[in-house]
Design a protein around this ligand. Structure first.
Ligand SMILES: Cc1cc2nc3c(=O)[nH]c(=O)nc-3n(C[C@H](O)[C@H](O)[C@H](O)COP(=O)(O)OP(=O)(O)OC[C@H]3O[C@@H](n4cnc5c(N)ncnc54)[C@H](O)[C@@H]3O)c2cc1C
Length: 498
């Protein structure tokens, strides 16, 4: 029988990211993916700072930049002849577009993310291609065209059924999307709120579309968006969830929804890609039961407003990968794997609420329209747009890690050292790193044999910074102090394998 450390159900972006993190740490992983090719359905159109940082740290920045360039070319084609584009948007909240022009980018929350800061317009398929190529480089087997059909989980491992084929694994991770079979069969609790809307997003060919406005638009019957890439349309109607979520999406359906919401007699002549969604918002109460774990949409579902789902899932994978690897290899500090749920559940809960708030503000009644005007005014102030930019970009994410210094719990800034190198260049091997920034013999003595140390210089007062494999700061201190380092090393750093 095939024996693996980990079987991952689902080779979407989250399954692939997790597989890369596990393989980098030397774990034997099998990804089982139902689809033969990357799903071409239009979904996420951009990534946030933590996602860009995660890929940058593992050497995937050039690929991100290449895909972003292609996206920019497409956007330029859509705008052609329509005048200057103005400052880029900071993002939107419930379709209220907010420009980046007033954002206080000198706010300390916008830490130095280095070159990762410059990549954002990278769509979901591009992320999946990049991760697929990286997984292949790392020797991960991605078994496409194969489904996880069932499993039996025990204390020692999981017997996973792929139709007639049986694989034995120490761990099973469900990265199998919003309707996760793994979640259902393992009996995870999945509480949340019922859906009120049907949304549709598609790439289509249109005729008689001159009356459609670009960007996001409210109408008496709903909300629609047009652009920023050619043929992209999105509609929202408050008519409850679709009767049959699996029914094929036709040109007639998209056209009908567009006509109802926009009031324009537009004709859809071809559908290149289309998806329906609702605002069903649910989250697993724990992301682990025994030897079965969940990550990505399998652990949380919500409407796509605010562009967080892909980012949330990539964050899960990056948080889980090193913890699961160390647990498998017997090098994990006690309780490390439990911190996966404690750290990631609150981030997911925030995203669910962020999307619920937007749905509340999208309702078509006149009281909500009045409230939307107030929120629009507030968001378009400098403080409002800065608030939105910080929330959407993910720079406010912090984990509840004990420690006095303000860096503890946040993603490490991409320090530029005195020799011109940057932190990101030292994180590609996926292990923890202790920066010795004040040539501290005491720090090196405490770290000896326990963690990789980089003695270097930069222009601040920090003694040192302990960075976990996921790029988050587990310890930092200034002015020569090393208090708390010993404990942080014991709590967060897997033992070095000889
Ligand atoms: C219209 C729309 C717009 C969106 N826009 C954004 C956005 O702007 N920004 C953003 O961050 N997010 C956005 N999202 C959300 C984002 O697409 C998802 O959060 C993301 O795809 C989650 O990744 P995942 O890997 O967890 O799940 P999925 O992408 O769903 O991948 C799961 C994979 O598992 C496979 N699978 C399922 N069951 C099995 C099985 N039993 N055996 C084997 N394989 C299986 C599936 O084929 C699939 O490939 C959007 C989503 C939609 C629908």
């Amino acid at each position: 029988m095939d024996n693996r450390d980990v079987v991952i159900a689902g080779g979407g972006p989250v399954g692939l990211m997790l597989a890369c993190e596990l393989a980098l740490a030397g774990v034997d992983v099998l990804v089982v993916e139902r689809l033969r090719e990357i799903d071409p359905t239009i979904k996420a159109g951009s990534i946030n700072v933590p996602t860009a940082e995660a890929l940058y740290r593992r050497g995937m920045l050039p690929a991100l930049q290449e895909y972003q360039q292609q996206a920019f070319e497409q956007m330029k084609a859509f705008r052609a002849g329509k005048g200057p584009s103005g400052p880029p948007p900071a993002g939107h909240f419930a379709g209220i577009m907010v420009s980046s022009a007033g954002v206080h980018f000198d706010d300390p929350a916008f830490r130095d993310a280095g070159p990762a800061r410059s990549v954002f317009a990278v769509g979901q398929q591009a992320v999946e291609s990049i991760l697929g190529a990286r997984a292949a480089e790392l020797g991960v087997e991605v078994r496409r065209g194969t489904e996880v059909t069932g499993f039996d989980a025990g204390d020692e491992g999981v017997t996973v059924r792929l139709g007639d084929v049986v694989v034995r694994a120490s761990w099973l991770v469900g990265c199998d999307g919003g309707r996760s079979l793994v979640r259902k069969l393992a009996g995870f609790e999945f509480p949340g709120t019922e859906p009120a809307i049907t949304g549709r997003q598609a790439i289509v060919d249109l005729e008689s579309a001159e009356g459609l406005q670009r960007s996001w638009n409210y109408t008496p019957t709903g909300l629609y968006a047009h652009g920023p890439v050619p043929g992209r349309v999105l509609t929202v109607e408050f008519d409850g969830p679709p009767e049959d979520r699996d029914a094929p999406i036709t040109a007639d359906e998209i056209q009908g929804s567009l006509r109802r919401v926009t009031g324009v007699d537009v004709t859809v002549t071809a559908v290149h890609s289309a998806t329906r969604f609702t605002d069903n918002a649910r989250q697993a109460t724990s992301y682990r039961t025994g030897r079965v774990l969940l990550a990505g949409d399998a652990a949380h579902v919500h409407s796509p407003f605010g562009g967080q789902g892909l980012n949330l899932g990539i964050g899960d994978a990056v948080n889980l990968g090193w913890k699961l690897a160390a647990t498998i290899q017997g090098t994990a500090p006690e309780g490390l794997l439990d911190t996966y749920t404690t750290e990631r559940h609150p981030v997911g809960a925030w995203v669910l609420d962020w999307t619920r708030a937007q749905i509340a503000l999208m309702r078509t009644d006149s009281r909500t329209a009045a409230l939307r005007d107030v929120v629009t005014d507030l968001l378009r102030t400098a403080d409002g747009s800065t608030y939105l930019a910080k929330k959407l970009s993910g720079v406010l994410h912090r984990y509840p890690i004990a420690g006095e210094h303000e860096l503890v719990g946040s993603a490490a800034p991409d320090f530029e050292f005195a020799d011109g190198t940057r932190l990101g260049e030292y994180l590609s091997d996926g292990t923890s790193l202790l920066l010795d920034l004040s040539d501290s013999a005491r720090l090196r003595e405490l770290a000896s044999g326990r963690v990789r140390v980089l003695t270097t210089k930069y222009g601040g007062d920090l003694t040192g910074v302990l960075i976990r494999p996921d790029g988050y700061v587990a310890w930092a201190a200034a002015d020569g102090a090393v208090a708390g380092l010993d404990e942080a090393l014991s709590t967060w750093v897997p033992q070095i394998r000889s």
